[in-house]
Design a protein around this ligand. Structure first.
Ligand SMILES: C[S@@+](CC[C@H](N)C(=O)[O-])C[C@H]1O[C@@H](n2cnc3c(N)ncnc32)[C@H](O)[C@@H]1O
Length: 301
């Protein structure tokens, strides 16, 4: 864990982590992966100009944005981005950006669609990050947020049986492990509205996330059942995982040109590219572009 200045919430730093092989590949999570993709196919627009996956990790879900002209793969961890780059390749279409969700480096009207999946549960200040995201999105754009749900059936049962001390019905987030939070659906809705989004549809997923079900049920049946249960998220959001599709109010507006995509995460000044650097009009601070990754985490000294 890196040390941050006191004003900045701590960051769950995945630098150097083996997230792909420790959590996904060969770890029996095909069901979770499949049901997340089902929701994204319902909630994300089929096509568009510029999509961003905030906290994209190794780029697991990027193929769900295949209909977009440009795809920004953004994460705090440079090694995660290197893995994403190795999987997806270096091309004009993919823009790899190392940055912090609390200090985003994107101009206004940068995106017409965005995803934040399996990331907000690491954020001690979700509203601060959601506000940053909102500032980069054009009017009429779509934002899909996934979060870990504290109001899930297992937590409700454990609380009723007094096997869990925290109350799943109260709205405040529960930090069950350092920098790992479960959120109440009503709380997350309030945060989205406070950040300037208009929440529309909600889906509940991973209803069958139990070792027993995985042992006795075929994957295809589990996914089909989950698909049937997902719409319950609107009225009965009791699954471990919730997705919310939100819009930015207003008619769709034109996106900023690619050359004006970045702003300085410290001063907000527009950045222009000069060789392998991004430079603001005042000249400082300057930011590096290394091996195809825009590094907007720390300025060059
Ligand atoms: C559990 S992984 C999820 C990756 C991907 N979204 C997925 O669903 O496969 C969480 C990711 O969030 C990133 N992350 C955590 N805090 C962040 C922050 N403050 N800014 C940007 N990325 C962050 C981590 O680096 C990590 O790659």
């Amino acid at each position: 864990m890196t040390q941050q200045p006191p004003s900045q919430p701590a960051i769950c730093d995945y630098e150097g982590s083996a997230y792909r092989t420790d959590f996904w590949e060969g770890k029996g999570r095909e069901y979770e992966d499949a049901v997340e993709r089902l929701v994204l196919r319902r909630f994300l627009p089929r096509s568009g100009k510029r999509y961003v996956d905030f906290g994209a990790g190794f780029g697991r879900l990027i193929d769900e944005a295949a209909g977009f002209e440009e795809i920004v793969v953004m994460d705090y961890s440079r090694t995660m981005l290197q893995e994403a780059q190795a999987r997806l390749g270096r091309s004009e279409r993919f823009i790899y950006v190392a940055a912090d969700l609390y200090k985003l480096p994107f101009a206004a009207n940068a995106f017409d669609a965005a995803l934040l999946c399996r990331v907000v549960h690491h954020l001690a200040d979700p509203l601060a990050a959601l506000r940053q995201i909102r500032q980069s999105m054009a009017s009429g754009s779509t934002f899909v947020l996934e979060f870990a749900n504290k109001l899930n059936l297992k937590a409700i049962l454990r609380y009723a049986l007094r096997r869990q001390t925290w109350n799943p019905y109260t709205h405040e987030p529960i930090e069950f492990v350092r920098l790992n939070f479960d959120f109440h659906p009503a709380y997350m809705r309030e945060q989205l509205v406070a950040a300037g989004f208009t929440p529309r549809r909600r889906a509940a997923t991973s209803w069958l996330r139990l070792g027993l079900f995985k042992r006795i049920l075929p994957l295809r049946l589990m996914v089909a059942l989950d698909r049937l249960l997902q719409p319950l998220g609107g009225l009965f959001p009791y699954a471990p995982q919730i997705f919310v599709e939100s819009r930015v109010a207003g008619a769709p507006s034109a996106l900023v040109e690619r050359e004006r995509l970045f702003k300085c995460p410290l001063t907000g000044a527009p950045l222009r590219r000069e060789s392998d650097l991004l430079i603001s009009a005042e000249g400082n601070p300057r930011w590096a572009i290394r091996d195809g990754i825009y590094d907007l985490k720390e300025p060059l000294t």
